[in-house]
Design a protein around this ligand. Structure first.
Ligand code: PMP
Length: 374
């Protein structure tokens, strides 16, 4: 226990310590079965109970209405970038709109473009790239050049690399719904960080390995009326209708990852759920952004209303200090602060599992480092 560090990795990311301890305690003999959870049939009574409880806890945490299915799949968010068009392009609408606010939404758009008839059927309808690959805000709704009849609109509500976070207002999602379209939102890196209104989206998806659990399971929350729009070539194992009808067991699900996600969900409920998490996350983020803004050495260029509460990229104004910063922070027990290679600098990912004390330790380190190198 003494050797554990504060882990600021973007994902796979830190898990709550009580979850790891429970895993450890249950590993060799799950509930008196004499086997571990990963050594038993996914169709047996013991695992079925774990699975159902996990899915119900997620439904409660996010207040997912009964007309939305929760699917646990494989392939990650990048897999869904292909699976989504294969599930949604079988209807009469054949255009996929995308709003770009960072690297992940651009990746989604590029994949979507492979499944439409021509490049102009997957238009970028708004883009906040400043021309140099920097993103400091989410495109304002009044700048979006929405297609007349889009099948759906891709958004990534938290850009993990660029640190840009945004949720549509009710007004915006109502306007999208009124146009006959809907949002498909990649929420990989901030799902469960605060309450959301699921009804503002047609589909919410993401990988688990940031705020949910280990890599290997992908969550998809999809409105019932969108379950039957498959392209004929959609693989059976990735066909949402098949997956939904089979309680995510059309094929063998990632049983271990789902079990651990369930432990995280129960930990979240014990913390007071996503409302309580949001309050803590806001304090953690403010502490770190204030430290950055009040320093001469550190900088974050994202406009304040769009600053991510989960992924905080920051730069040292004197980049020659980067190596020393990384070396000394690691020595101080602050791990994985190196920024994504696409943007450089530093990044602190402060998901739900990062305790306040971890952010306090980071801020104290940053201030001491600045003093020593000022
Ligand atoms: N979308 C976002 C917002 C992400 O942060 C990531 C992972 N960093 C991905 C997609 C890709 O997820 P995966 O590797 O699980 O496919």
């Amino acid at each position: 226990l003494m050797s554990r560090v504060y882990n600021f990795a973007a994902g796979p990311a830190a898990l709550p310590l009580p979850v790891l301890e429970k895993m450890q305690a249950e590993l060799l003999d799950f509930n008196g079965t004499g086997t571990s959870i990963m050594e038993m049939s996914h169709r047996g009574a013991v695992y079925t109970e774990v699975f159902m409880r996990t899915r119900e806890t997620l439904r409660r945490l996010l207040n997912v209405p009964s007309n939305y299915q929760i699917l646990f799949m494989q392939g990650g968010a990048i897999g869904q970038n292909a699976i989504i068009p294969l599930n949604l392009l079988g209807g009469s609408r054949k255009t996929i709109d995308s709003v770009i606010a960072g690297a992940w939404s651009l990746k989604t758009q590029k994949e979507a473009a492979r499944y439409v008839s021509s490049a102009d059927a997957a238009p970028i309808i708004a883009n906040s790239d400043d021309g140099q690959g920097r993103f400091t805000h989410f495109p304002e709704f009044d700048t979006w050049q929405c297609s007349a009849e889009s099948a759906y609109i891709n958004i990534c509500t938290n850009e993990t690399i660029h640190g840009v976070e945004w949720y549509p207002s009710r007004e915006v999602s109502d306007a999208v719904h009124a146009s006959g379209s809907f949002f498909v939102a990649d929420m990989s890196s901030h799902i469960l960080s605060r309450p959301i209104d699921v009804t503002q989206y047609g589909v919410i998806y993401g990988g688990a390995q940031k705020n949910i659990g280990p890599a290997g399971v992908t969550f998809v929350i999809v409105r019932d009326d969108l379950l039957d729009l498959q392209h004929p070539l959609c693989p059976s194992a990735f066909n949402w209708r098949n997956v939904a009808n089979n309680d995510s067991m059309f094929n063998t699900p990632p049983t271990l990852s789902i079990y651990i996600a369930g432990l995280v969900f129960e930990w979240l409920e014990a913390q007071g759920g996503v409302t309580a998490m949001a309050a803590i996350n806001d304090v953690k983020a403010k502490l770190l952004y204030d430290a950055i803004d009040n320093s001469q050495l550190y900088r974050n260029d994202v406009q304040k209303p769009y600053r991510s509460c989960m992924n905080v990229p920051f730069f040292l104004n004197d980049e020659s200090l980067n190596a020393a910063f990384l070396e000394q922070s690691a020595a101080a027990g602050l791990a994985a602060l190196k920024g994504h290679k696409m943007v450089g600098g530093m990044r602190a990912s402060i998901y739900n599992a990062m305790p306040m004390a971890g952010v306090e330790a980071l801020v104290a380190f940053m201030q001491a480092f600045e003093k020593n190198h000022g």
